[in-house]
Ligand binder design. Sequence first.
Ligand SMILES: Cc1cc2nc3c(=O)[nH]c(=O)nc-3n(C[C@H](O)[C@H](O)[C@H](O)COP(=O)(O)OP(=O)(O)OC[C@H]3O[C@@H](n4cnc5c(N)ncnc54)[C@H](O)[C@@H]3O)c2cc1C
Length: 452
Amino acid sequence: MAEYDYDLFVIGVGSGGVRAARMSASYGARVATAEDKYMGGTCVNVGCVPKKLLVYASHFSEDFDNAQGFGWSKAEPDFDWTTLISNKDKEISRLNGIYKGLLDDAGVTHFDGRARIVDAHHISISDRVVSTQKILIATGGWPVVPHFPGNDLVITSNEAFHLPTLPKRTLVVGGGYIAVEFAGIFAGLGSESHLSYRGPLFLRGFDEDVRQTVTSEIVKKGVNLHLNSNVLKIEKNADDSLQVYFEDNVSMTFDCVMYATGRVPAVEDLGLEHVNVNCRDNGAIIVDEHFRTSEPSIFALGDVTDRIQLTPVAIAEAMVFASTYFRDQPLHMDYTNIATAVFCQPNIGTVGLTEHQARDTHANVDVYRSNFRALKHTLSGSDEKTLMKLIVDRDTDKVLGVHMVGPEAGEIIQGIAIALKAGATKAVFDATIGIHPTMAEEFVTMRQTVSS
Ligand SMILES: Cc1cc2nc3c(=O)[nH]c(=O)nc-3n(C[C@H](O)[C@H](O)[C@H](O)COP(=O)(O)OP(=O)(O)OC[C@H]3O[C@@H](n4cnc5c(N)ncnc54)[C@H](O)[C@@H]3O)c2cc1C
């Protein structure tokens, strides 16, 4: 008889947890999972998927305007938030069912409810305790709102997906990708959208040209930017609107204030005090390159380890974990050249080093940059600009980084990321024949360096 009820117990069935559970089960492990709230995790329920649906919705207003230059008569479109949210919810329920089906089909035993670690080999879910040889913590992250008077009046991205109506005036506070994306969503849908960030320029960590380009582009799309701006307190008015007091003696009225000022690893009430799992100050679980914590039977991956917080990263880590421990084929996670997109409008797509990082780590760097108005906008009348940028190591000719701000930048950069992973040189980019007329062809036709 087996010593434990399960070989693996996965806490949290988000992007990483589902993949780790079903792959481990497919290699023959007896696997159980527990989920507190969201079948499929953050990405499916309150992250990537619903966000992208809202981005699509918000882009139509611009498309209606652009259509006139192509001969379409001016329409008076009417937007209904309730329809959007209810259609989005239907799609999320469908996905929830698919994720549950994936676990069932793999033979995973699933428990609905919050899991708590009892000791290094026991988990409790409600009043039930099960034993397991290994525990995988894949509990993700949770948004945090700083402490200030009136912070209970604000929402986070979790609630933004379920607002009963579209607010007339919205303030988004934060400088990361979620803040910038939501400011664009609200603006596109017709809310008077404001974005407040305490620093001089948002999207820290992205290439400087990308940050500058997005700053000017989102303003053109109707986002009111407040940089170097700090909220002091928020009060509720008699008509339920929110009075926001900023540091510089300015006060403004909004109907909704959304904070996107960061996420913390979800380790609260997990029972970590019963085991020897070391965490960083922000709660992030410390793991080695094989996802081992300081407790030999406990492992962690995904956002709860606070490394690269992206769905495909959590999934790739889960594949490595399952293969290493349940197929007996140890793999290593490669964190280099991970491409990413920001679905602000226009989108950002990026892979590899920023110009700044390249100059810090390489002696001789060539930069190729193109800033142009896309063919579509010669007729649409929009003054949207597209940015494309290549960073090249002059000594080896290797392309170190590729950055884009423009329509479908994520789709374009995904293809370019394969080239970077394969170690493509600038000569390979130059030898590639472009597809005409596209924006992406610019990446293979840039010949003139802009700075060295
Ligand atoms: C608004 C927003 C937009 C995003 N957009 C993108 C994007 O465009 N592209 C991208 O790649 N990434 C995006 N992300 C990030 C992405 O969602 C995460 O990186 C990814 O979901 C992390 O996966 P995970 O498995 O680590 O955790 P999660 O997917 O967060 O799953 C963790 C699960 O564990 C559950 N849980 C927590 N504690 C317990 C417990 N004690 N017992 C039982 N269950 C528990 C939670 O309910 C949750 O379902 C976005 C995130 C947000 C918030």
